[in-house]
Ligand binder design. Structure first.
Ligand SMILES: Cc1ncc(COP(=O)(O)O)c(C=O)c1O
Length: 395
């Protein structure tokens, strides 16, 4: 039988990246005591008030079809939130509610890109981005994010890769996997390029509320000068420890939003009113859990830095936000993939290979900050020992 070309384009972009994670889960299920530091699930439960609101809404019969854009109360709550953040009026018609940032990103890419269009995207990058870009037939053009530049995208690196086919600059701030935050100055320089070359700017801001103390979040949406070319996506998955609710959205210019609507309507026949009610409650007040998560993740990032930076040739990058730390393991002579696979097999610690996040992180690993401090400390001891063993240093 014949299959659509999209299945070939995506075939190597799915599960293979998560092989170490899947293996670790299987080992755990078989009773082995694995320290799981692969994926980034929030380390707290969804706030009970939000669960109660979802239940209340279900009991109240909020179970019918919605519409393609979203429930009016949620759209109004998001419009208020983004109007406050940007300091200018953002209307409900500029927003669409979709099941999670992931789906919102897909709808945005379908709305703005097509076969042959080039999407400039940072490398390293979140694991699903390559698939998102390839799904529309667009081409990912990796822009190297350098450790020396704090993994912040530099306008000169983008400029060097712009061609007549460039259509979009795809940003992620705060960034997964590196925890880098783009500064207002970075965004101004990137914005100037986008204007000069008529590019869309897509900014995935799912980690907006997980900024560590001392860090400052900035968004291209907050620059009025870029208002006609910026689209932002986010969700309550991280900010409200609610990934399973699959509740996200996108915000952009009026015409973009009008053109996205039939795309959203084609993908799903309106999303769930009871989840919309719970999300409206979530985004209308400061998150009860984001501050605590950010503080714990920052503390664990500092712990990893103290335990591993400069130890047995390892180099730790300090994140400014998010749920992860990346560690350079080049001194071991192994790829991130080999290091992660052997670390799991020999030390019972599961981390992600840097290569799962792009070529720029080959020779790196990504460690999740979502486990207890004691487990993180124990994992660091084993990672240090593993690095020593692989270099023939007495552990
Ligand atoms: C950078 C980034 N974007 C999007 C997502 C997906 O978020 P959501 O649960 O809102 O779909 C994740 C999840 O880990 C992420 O790290």
């Amino acid at each position: 039988m014949k299959y659509a070309a999209i299945t070939d384009r995506l075939a190597h972009l799915g599960g293979a990246k998560w092989e170490v994670h899947a293996r670790a889960k299987a080992m755990q299920a078989a009773g082995q005591p694995i320290i799981q530091l692969t994926i980034g699930e929030p380390d707290v439960a969804t706030p009970p008030a939000l669960i109660a609101e979802a239940k209340r809404a279900m009991d109240a019969g909020r179970l019918g079809y919605s519409n393609g854009r979203g429930e009016p109360a949620l759209l109004a709550a998001l419009a208020a939130r983004y109007s406050k953040r940007t300091g200018r009026a953002i209307s409900p018609e500029q927003i669409a509610c979709l099941p999670g940032t992931q789906t919102a990103l897909y709808a945005v890419l379908l709305t703005l890109t097509g076969p042959g269009d080039e999407v400039l995207v940072g490398d390293p990058l979140y694991a699903t981005y390559e698939g998102l870009i390839a799904s529309t037939g667009a081409v990912a053009v990796p822009v190297p994010l350098r450790a020396e530049a704090g993994f912040r995208m530099q306008a000169a690196d983008v400029a060097a890769r712009i061609t007549p086919r460039s259509r979009m600059l795809f940003l992620n701030t705060p960034h997964n996997p590196t925890g880098a935050i783009l500064t207002a100055a970075d965004l101004a320089a990137l914005g100037d390029l986008a204007k000069a070359h008529d590019l869309w700017i897509l900014s995935d801001e799912v980690y907006e509320e997980l900024v560590f103390e001392g860090g400052t979040f900035a968004s291209p949406l907050d620059n009025a000068d870029l208002a006609d070319r910026v689209v932002v996506t986010a969700s309550i998955s991280k900010s409200h420890a609610a990934p399973g609710f699959r509740s996200g959205w996108c915000v952009g210019p009026q015409e973009f939003s009008a053109r996205l609507l039939p795309v959203a309507e084609t993908m799903l026949f309106g999303n769930q009113p009871f989840i919309a009610d719970m999300t409206a409650m979530a985004v209308s007040a400061p998150s009860e859990v984001a501050g605590g998560m950010a503080a714990r993740f920052a503390r664990r990032a500092a712990l990893i830095y103290d335990k591993l930076h400069g130890v047995n040739g390892l180099a730790v990058h300090k994140p400014d936000a998010g749920m992860f730390t990346v560690v350079n393991i080049n001194a071991t002579g192994l790829s991130g993939e080999c290091f992660a696979q052997s670390l799991l097999a020999e030390q019972g610690v599961a981390v992600m290979p840097g290569e799962s996040f792009g070529a720029a992180l080959s020779g790196w690993i990504r460690i999740s900050l979502t486990q207890d401090d004691a487990l993180v400390a124990e994992a660091c001891a084993r990672i240090a020992r593993h690095a020593a063993l692989k270099q023939g240093i007495a552990a």
